[in-house]
Design a protein around this ligand. Sequence first.
Ligand code: MN
Length: 254
Amino acid sequence: MRILLTNDDGIHAPGLEVLERIASRLSDDIWICAPSEEQSGAGHSLTLTRPVRLRQHDARRFSVAGTPTDAVTMALKRLMPEPPDLILSGVNRGANLADDVTYSGTVSAAFEGAMAGIRSIALSQVYAVEGQGDKVPFEAAAHWGEAVLKPLLGVPFAPRTLVNINFPALPAEDVKGIRVTRQGFHDYARGSVVEGTDPRGFPYFWFGLHGIEHTLGHETDLEAIADGYVSVTPLRLDLTHEESFTALKGRYEG
Ligand code: MN
């Protein structure tokens, strides 16, 4: 099995090392192509307005000065002689839950893989305490990664779907198990815009996210994480809302 690893935290991120260790238990045919710098919050953006530089670190290890989507595109279209059987994106430093998946470069890299018809899985490690930087513990992901991935390798993925995995912010032995979940709802109130003053006296703004999640729905990713489970959410690329489609057809086309 040929596996492509990517992420949105960058080629040097500790979570990518964790993912390499997880993937090495599944295969020895591992390719890596990741952004050269952190791209958290890049979503599914594709770089169109400037050239993208590619750097080779090893025979199968590359970085691109671009987004996670750029990295996957480069790997599939330029680097790998044969397409991978599996794309793993992560392990992200921090949660990718509920509607936040639309901001996520980690999840979007898996979206890109799903578009290419490749089995694609995003992995994220939730953390409990803000301000830990690169010291976020990946213990739950490191310990549970293989167990949560293995069943996903034995089932067919429907076309244009992917799987989004989140590991709870708990020591591995305190994780209660694995739950299959639906995408939950982001509480929009938890976003923040922090204002500061730069060294030249001009104001700047920094977008942040509070650590408070609101569990509004049963069987959601948020609920599973809050209850101490690994969350496994199948997602799809087709965002069409079927009921609205029918209602709008009636309104416009009578
Ligand atoms: Mn990230």
